[in-house]
Write a protein that binds this ligand. Structure first.
Ligand SMILES: OC[C@H]1O[C@@H](O[C@H]2[C@H](O)[C@@H](O)[C@H](O[C@H]3[C@H](O)[C@@H](O)[C@H](O)O[C@@H]3CO)O[C@@H]2CO)[C@H](O)[C@@H](O)[C@@H]1O
Length: 736
């Protein structure tokens, strides 16, 4: 009860503090509170309760009250497009959007997805995702999010949510909190230390709440022994009190376990309602919540709070003003009566192109310069012969890989195969194409032997655990390429001295076998590019655009180097603590194969003139709670800048990166952590300044004693460079 009160106070403080904008939370709350007065008890419960799986046109639908003008809310996946509808745009996955390190592209992708959602009448789009964060390199759903680094993931969340919500759809930040693997996701407990919870897993959600995200989806797992969707500590205390979240919390589909406890813990909406993987008629809320309020098990104020939050989010987005009707039905092929795709293919192509990370480029193998002949090898070069949507929720890995599997998918309107796009270019160049579009090593070798250069396509897939693909139950069985990709490359490399490897992958793969082949001259890391896959690849491989993507995770030399991975126990103690991905490699002196933030260009960049101007006082950040956390956390404390010059002969873009090392007074902290980045487009010879603005949060660690973010005193180390290991300048500033 105390928590409910604290929660309500924090909520009104948050709403008051935020409401500067025309569509601010305070105005939305006023409207919601007025509407609430007109609702019956059953209607209040109805807008918080799903009608049941397949009970409406969308994957989630609520009951429409008759006493106010408010619809049956349509909730629809996914973080990369609108699921179960067509035609829609199949955008690059979150992990590719993260690999661009480009704020404007992250925003543009979000805005385009939001336009499609609104056009189809979707009120709530179920994305973006920052959980899993990706501490397990083999986690099945990592690709739905932006990066294993919380700072990059946070920027991805913030820009995407702003883009989506500027287009009018409610975003849903998911999955809150600690859902890092698919195996046993509905039974296991993620036991996470307080510091790691804050500094890693919660961090991107701070950005989401700061961006005024309308809703948050709580996750399947338990956190420190209590279901995330039933935990007062996770929902009321962390999300609503500490982060000042004014919107509503919905359950993941079937993640609710009790009616009264979940309501008291801060759950505001149950999804999808009755009958989902349960005996018919079973439902925790609906009439049961009406009864629980009547008998005093759930206070009236709690029910009113649920309904107010849901209504306020709807008003915040202006969805009371002529919002379109739902124009598709998920369960009958999703054919929409409108075409919402507009020119979004160009956003897809740009994001896909700028997310390509060039990992190796020996002897200037790339860009291709009108080769006489080219062998295109591997099943990943073509579209699945049965069509790109042949498998429900993309639950197979046949043909080129352009998204993972599960609920985080959309139907491809088309999929441009790498082979088809290369053929178009080859026609212009007079290049002879030799094809081998299976993964047969024998056929590959003979095709490779018949051309000057061989391009071999390999991939690695993953997804959500309700589908098993080729023995992978969501999470990956290993970090190898699928379909014997290593052997395929070896056979090609034995037959051709000039081999380019293109990788479509959900996450890191171990490249040592491939790199051991002297004939492999280039490796192109294309991730999960969405519908414009082949065109984006041609843009980079033929040099109309210099590659500028940077890895959003580390590629190790061997799986054990990560010190993390999914496990089959019912408890994960998160023993990695703060040291995941590059933080772990740095701490333990492990050499990665390709480090976090790495990616080559066709040009070169010089860094100079590092300037540090930071002034902060040591101590905790206080101030009123605004959406995102204590207000002082987001105050600027200065800037760090560096001049970047294009010293090569072609235009290119460089992502300059800032990492900070905290002083020794901050106990056992990672040696360096990403705290800024800026992408600069530079003509040959041109130089520009990258400026990184720092806030108090960027200088802080979570102090478990005081339960506050604390800026430590002492000397901070500044690292600026082209990746987490390619540091081009360093400096210091001191906090007294
Ligand atoms: O889509 C909303 C959220 O749903 C969660 O995933 C669920 C997914 O949407 C749903 O399609 C799937 O249903 C399968 C069901 O689990 C299985 O038992 C049955 O055999 O097949 C169904 C598919 O036809 O269930 C998923 C949950 O298990 C996501 O976690 C969340 O991110 C989505 O936003």
């Amino acid at each position: 009860m105390q928590n409910l009160l604290v929660s309500a106070l924090a909520l009104s403080a948050a709403a008051d503090a935020y409401g500067a904008g025309a569509a601010g939370w305070d105005a939305a709350y006023s409207k919601a509170q007025a509407a609430l007065l007109k609702l019956t008890q059953t209607e209040k419960v109805g807008i918080a309760t799903g009608v049941g799986w397949q009970g409406g046109p969308c994957v989630g639908n609520t009951y429409a009250p008759s006493s106010i003008d408010y619809p049956s809310l349509c909730l629809q996946d996914s973080p990369l497009g609108i699921r179960y509808a067509n035609p829609v745009t199949a955008f690059p996955a979150g992990i590719n959007a993260g690999a661009t390190w480009d704020r404007s592209l992250l925003y543009a992708r979000g805005a385009a997805m939001g336009e499609e959602a609104k056009g189809l009448g979707v009120h709530v789009q179920l994305g973006p995702a920052a959980g899993p964060l990706g501490k397990n390199p083999d986690g099945g759903r990592n690709w739905e999010g932006f990066s294993v680094d919380p700072y990059l993931s946070g920027v991805g969340m913030e820009e995407t949510i702003q883009g989506m919500q500027d287009s009018g759809v409610q975003a849903c930040a998911k999955h809150w909190l600690g859902n890092e693997q698919e195996h046993n996701r509905e039974t296991m407990s993620s036991n996470i230390g307080d510091r790691a919870t804050h500094e890693l897993y919660l961090w991107p959600f701070m950005n989401a709440v700061k961006a005024n995200v309308a809703s948050v989806m709580c996750s399947y797992n338990k956190l420190n022994g209590t279901w995330a969707c039933e935990s007062d500590a996770v929902l009321n205390e962390l999300l609503k009190d500490e982060l000042g979240f004014p919107g509503y919390v919905m359950s993941d589909w079937n993640a609710q376990h009790t009616g009264v406890n979940s309501a008291l813990a801060g759950l505001d909406m149950t999804m999808p309602g009755s009958d989902f993987n349960k005996p018919p008629g079973s439902i925790f809320w609906g009439p049961n919540l009406v009864e629980a309020v009547a008998n005093g098990s759930v206070p009236q104020s709690r029910l009113d709070d649920m309904a107010t939050r849901i209504l306020a989010a709807w008003y915040l987005l202006g969805q009371d003003q002529g919002y379109p009707e739902v124009t598709f039905r998920s369960w009958n092929g999703g054919k929409a009566t409108v075409d919402v795709t507009a020119d979004h293919a160009s956003v897809v192509r740009t994001v896909a192109r700028d997310s390509i990370a060039l990992l190796k480029n020996q002897e200037r193998a790339l860009p291709l310069r009108k080769p006489k002949s080219l062998a295109i090898i591997g099943q990943d070069a073509i579209v699945n012969p049965d069509g790109p949507n042949a498998c429900v929720d993309r639950g197979c890995n046949t043909g080129t890989l352009a998204m993972g599997w599960g609920s985080g998918t959309a139907e491809f309107p088309y999929l441009v195969a790498p082979l088809d796009a290369i053929k178009v270019q080859a026609q212009k160049d007079g290049t002879k194409i030799v094809e081998s579009t299976t993964d047969s090593t024998t056929a590959a070798a003979s095709a490779a032997a018949a051309a000057d250069t061989a391009v071999v396509f390999i991939n690695a897939d993953a997804g959500e655990g309700y589908i098993t693909v080729e023995g992978n139950a969501g999470d990956r069985n290993n970090l190898d390429p699928w379909h014997n990709g290593n052997e395929l490359v070896k056979s090609v490399a034995a037959a051709n001295k000039n081999v380019i490897v293109v990788v479509h992958s959900v996450g890191p793969i171990i490249l040592e076998t491939i790199l051991a082949q002297p004939s492999v001259k280039a490796i192109v890391w294309a991730g999960l590019p969405g519908q414009e896959s082949g065109n984006a690849l041609v843009d980079v491989m033929y040099g109309s655009t210099s590659p500028s993507g940077k890895l959003p995770y580390t590629i190790a030399k061997q799986p054990s180097d990560y010190g993390a991975g999914w496990n089959s126990a019912l408890v994960d103690n998160f023993v990695e603590d703060l040291f995941i991905d590059y933080r772990h490699f740095d701490k333990n002196g492990i050499a990665p194969r390709y480090e976090f933030g790495y990616g080559l260009s066709y040009t070169t960049f010089n860094y100079s003139g590092l300037a540090v101007s930071v002034s902060a006082t040591a101590g905790p950040s206080n101030g009123p709670i605004v959406p995102g956390g204590a207000e002082e956390l987001f105050q600027s404390v200065g800037t760090i800048s560096v001049i970047v010059q294009n010293t090569g002969e072609v235009a290119g873009a460089e992502v300059a990166q800032l990492y900070l090392g905290l002083p020794d007074s901050a106990p056992s902290t990672p040696p360096k952590q990403l705290r800024g980045f800026q992408k600069l487009n530079l003509q040959p010879g041109e130089q520009r300044t990258a400026t990184f603005e720092l806030t108090r949060r960027d200088l802080s660690y979570w102090d478990v004693q005081t339960q506050k973010w604390l800026v430590p005193s002492g000397a901070f180390t500044v690292y600026v460079g082209a990746s987490s290991r390619d540091i081009r300048g360093d400096g210091k500033f001191t906090v007294a």
